[in-house]
Design a protein around this ligand. Structure first.
Ligand SMILES: [Zn+2]
Ligand SMILES: [Zn+2]
Length: 357
């Protein structure tokens, strides 16, 4: 019989690896305090609590640490630990560079048709210069009036315009049509179904009611993720970690300037399970002031089996080069290139979105 693992040793090992990777103190503390809480517990009680799911009733033990303990007691290396070990000692800089090099396009960008600062043509030319094979144009949907969201009629006109611009762009590059559609309060999407079906890529994001209580926000996100039109779940938590980065001015993200915002509250496990089930990609938003989702949630999405899209959410041509930031965070979390949909060619990407309709 295989000797059972020591859950406390596993928790301590995780804390150590997190510290060495210079992760946030509160995350390290979560594992250290769980290890401490369990150290005083008789073995029989530990087994019993894991069995009946009451481990989290102990002070200092949360969902994540409880799951590690359960896996460890079952004789398995906790998934959380496995991920940390997998990325430990590896050259993250080289991995982030490789991931960036593997990206062939960007699936979330804005033009001056909504709240971006530049015409579509300029965004496209900057993308060509970066070596991209495609750029998905995802201007905002009607309800986001502060960002000049496009009505159905304006979006139809944009589609005609994009076709003209594409005809004049270099061979081997194309603008793919798309939208960043608002996920409305009831989880429905803020654009006509026939248009959503016609677009190459649909990114869906929550921009309102970010302080909705947990169960409401979870229901809202689950409904959107299950919508077959939705391809990518945009900036998942809506957080703002810093004010506008130095040197960045101009339109875009109006109203977010010089403000931070907490993550919205939702059942991440349920939402990521739904993303995996419906094959909806989770966006890793590269904007420095967003860094969304946070790394702990990227890891959970990875564990849930989700695909990812590493996007810039660029509102200006220079911001198209921000993918590097998203790649660094993805590399820190051990996200492999084959889980990232914008490592695909435009043909593969569109084939995937169209099977989903
Ligand atoms: Zn957005
Ligand atoms: Zn956006």
């Amino acid at each position: 019989m295989a000797r059972a693992r020591d859950p406390i040793a596993d928790l301590r090992r995780i804390a150590f690896l997190l510290e060495r990777a210079n992760e946030a103190t509160y995350r390290v503390r979560a594992f250290r305090s769980a290890a401490k809480a369990l150290a005083g517990l008789p073995a029989a009680e530990l087994t019993e609590r894991v069995g009946n799911g009451t481990l989290t009733e102990l002070a200092g033990v949360g969902d994540v640490t409880a799951r590690c303990v359960a896996e460890s007691l079952a004789g398995e290396e906790p998934v959380y630990l496995r991920r940390l070990v997998a990325t430990e000692g590896s050259d993250l800089d080289a991995e982030a560079t490789a991931l960036r090099a593997a990206l062939r396009g960007d699936c979330h960008t804005h033009s001056d048709w909504s709240d971006g600062g530049s015409p579509i043509e300029e965004m496209a030319l900057a993308a060509v210069e970066l070596g991209h094979e495609y750029l998905v144009l995802t201007d905002h949907s009607p309800r986001l009036t502060v960002a000049r969201g496009l009505t159905a009629e304006r979006l139809r006109r944009q589609l005609d315009h994009v076709a003209q611009v594409n005809a004049a762009l270099p061979e081997g590059f194309r603008i793919l049509t798309g939208i960043e559609v608002d996920i409305l309060a009831d989880g429905s999407l803020d654009q006509d179904d026939d248009l959503l079906a016609r677009l190459d890529v649909v990114v869906g994001s929550v921009h309102s009611g970010l302080k909705d209580e947990r169960s409401k926000m979870t229901r809202r996100m689950l409904k959107a993720v299950a919508n077959p039109h939705l391809d990518i779940l945009g900036h998942v938590t809506g957080r703002m970690v810093s004010s506008r980065p130095a040197g960045v001015t101009g339109p875009g993200d109006r109203g977010h300037r010089a403000r931070t915002r907490a993550e919205s509250d939702f059942d991440a496990e349920a939402v990521f399970a739904a993303c995996a089930e419906h094959d909806t990609a989770v966006e890793i938003n590269s904007r420095p002031e967003r860094q969304d989702p946070p790394k702990r949630l990227i890891r959970r999405a990875l564990e849930a089996g989700c695909r990812f899209a590493i996007n810039t959410d660029a509102h200006a041509p220079g911001q198209l080069d921000w993918q590097r930031f998203g790649c660094e965070r993805a590399a820190l979390c051990g996200v492999p290139a084959d889980r990232v949909i914008n490592t695909w060619s435009a043909e593969q990407l569109v084939a995937w979105t169209h099977t989903r309709t």
